[in-house]
Design a protein around this ligand. Sequence first.
Ligand code: CP
Length: 323
Amino acid sequence: MVVTAAAPAGAALYGKHLLSMRQFQRPDLEHLFSEAEALRDAAEHGALQAPLAGRILVSAFFDASTRTRLAHETAMLRLGGGVTGFADPEVTRAGGATQESLHDVFRMLSEYGDAIVVRHPETGVAAVAAHAAGDRAVVINAGDGTGEHPTQTLTDLYSIWRRFGKIDGLRIGVVNDLRMRCTRSLLRGLRDFDCTVYAVAAPGKGLDPQLRQECAERGQRVQVCEDLREMLPEVDAVYSSPTILDEVSDRTPADDMLRGDAPLTAALLDEYGHPGLAVFHPLPRKGEIDASLDPTPFNGYWDQAHNGVPIRMALLSLMLGCK
Ligand code: CP
């Protein structure tokens, strides 16, 4: 067994694989937020110890990433641990002529590291990794196809909580492609809080009925709107998501319906949003968030990107049992 320390306060995460936001209960999330605050504060004051010294994080990225891989690696390095792995399967035996099975790749990686952070274009591969790793290493799902992206949601919830000092009572609008893994995980994470969700989908990209049913069963209210102009005056926060490159549309805010794929611009927010509204986006953006929003108080996405490191520091500490 890779984890040898005594069970930590965040026992729900200790020694467990992290595959889905379904695994979290509200106290786990609140505990993570407070751990992230403590670690962030220690880092800012030069008081961070090296609680993960001697531990190894293995990055297994079968698909492109800027933020998720580097935020996990930065978090591990800041905590005194080491990092190895790959950002391109073609440089491993998983690619090229060999095409080693995913099971065997992850079985190998579990012999080398204490935690394996996995991104793969196919839904369900993080679960394959967890099965192969068994209890030798913990697996973190860093995005599996259209499945889930739980560490992005931890970053998102932490960012919303930091911005507003709470999540309960907020009205949160999700826009654009509601089938994306970031949005799917976020909706699962928000179910633990007393907030109202508004949704404006891009044409043909609405919530999948099963997820909607899951939300309803947990008492999550999802108010579907036709148009951004209907939703923006009602919400405290807007969460947009990346557009798949081959689906980029050339529509503009002048388009008649202002559906979920209309770009969020400073002019649109000034006209329809209230002054305290915050816009979040996991990035990379491809036209969903106009550059005119960058210098405005609506911008929540740069802080959100920054928050990706302290929340992963908290996650790794709790999963590897150093607290
Ligand atoms: N937010 C996110 O997952 O970004 P990357 O694809 O760059 O990791």
